[in-house]
Design a protein around this ligand. Structure first.
Ligand SMILES: N[C@@H](CCC(=O)N[C@@H](CS)C(=O)NCC(=O)O)C(=O)O
Length: 214
C-alpha cells in the first residue's frame, strides 16, 4: 500500500489508521503549496488533485473517511470497528458525526480564511461557522465527560476523525473544545500509533524539503 499525503492535512487520519493496524506502507508527500496536487502525475492518481489517497494494488481510494473504513475492514483483527452490532453502530454514529456535523464548519472557516481564492472569501461568514462549530462540539464534550473513547470503552475509527477535528479546531484557535475534549486529545496523542503517524509525516516532509529546497 502507498499513502499520498502531506503533513498538516487530512492524511494524518489515514497514516494513524495504518499505524493502528500495524500495516507497512510507502508514503509519497504531495506538496500542495508547490502545486504538486495539480501535477499530471498526481492527477493520474486522483483527478481531483486532493489528498489523501490510498493506493492498494490497482485501486486509488480517495476520501479520508472511506479510506479509514477500508483499512478497518482489511485488518479486522485490529478491531478499529467493533464486531458487536450495537457497538459498531455507536462507532459509525460518532465517525459520521465528526465528518458531517463538525468538519464542515472547520472547513468553511479554513476556506474563507485562506483556502479559497481571495476574491471568493467572505470573512463575515466566520462568526456563523464558529457558532455552529461550538454547537456541534457540545455533544462530544458531554459524552467525553463520561467515556474514555468517543464511542464507548474501546478505541475505534471514530476516535481518529474526532481527534483530528478537535486538534484542527485548536490549531485554528477556535473556541469549542472544553476540558473533557482537551483531556481526550491528550490521551489520544499518547497512543504510539498517533505518534508514529505524526513522525512519519514529519520525516517525509523533511526528506522532500531537503531534496527540493523549501
Ligand atoms: N473530503 C475529502 C477532502 C480532501 C481534501 O480537501 N484534502 C485537502 C487537504 S486536507 C486537499 O487536498 N486540498 C487541495 C485542494 O483542494 O486542491 C477527504 O476527507 O479526503
Amino acid at each position: 500500500m502507498k499513502l499520498y499525503g502531506s503533513k498538516n492535512s487530512r492524511s494524518i487520519r489515514v497514516a494513524w489508521a495504518l499505524e493502528e493496524v500495524g500495516a507497512t506502507y510507502d508514503y509519497e508527500r504531495i506538496w500542495m503549496m508547490k502545486g504538486q496536487g495539480q501535477s499530471p502525475e498526481f492527477k493520474a492518481v486522483n483527478p481531483a488533485g486532493k489528498i489523501p489517497v490510498l493506493q492498494d494494488g490497482a485501486m486509488n481510494l480517495t476520501e479520508s473517511g472511506a479510506i479509514i473504513l477500508y483499512i478497518a475492514d482489511k485488518f479486522p483483527e485490529a478491531r478499529l470497528l467493533p464486531t458487536e452490532l450495537a457497538a459498531r453502530g455507536e462507532a459509525y454514529r460518532w465517525f459520521f458525526y465528526a465528518i458531517t456535523e463538525v468538519e464542515p464548519h472547520l472547513w468553511a472557516i479554513a476556506q474563507h480564511r485562506f483556502a479559497l481564492p481571495e476574491d471568493k472569501r467572505i470573512s463575515a461568514l466566520e462568526p456563523t461557522s464558529t457558532w455552529q462549530l461550538a454547537r456541534a462540539l457540545r455533544p462530544i464534550e458531554k459524552f467525553l465527560g463520561q467515556r474514555e473513547f468517543i464511542a464507548g470503552d474501546a478505541f475505534t475509527v471514530a476516535d481518529i476523525v474526532t481527534t483530528h477535528c478537535l486538534t484542527w479546531a485548536l490549531s485554528a484557535k477556535l473556541e469549542g473544545p472544553g476540558d473533557a475534549c482537551l483531556a481526550y486529545i491528550g490521551r489520544m496523542k499518547q497512543r504510539p500509533a498517533y505518534q508514529a503517524a505524526m513522525a512519519r509525516e514529519t520525516l517525509e516532509a523533511e526528506k522532500q524539503e531537503a531534496a527540493l529546497g523549501s
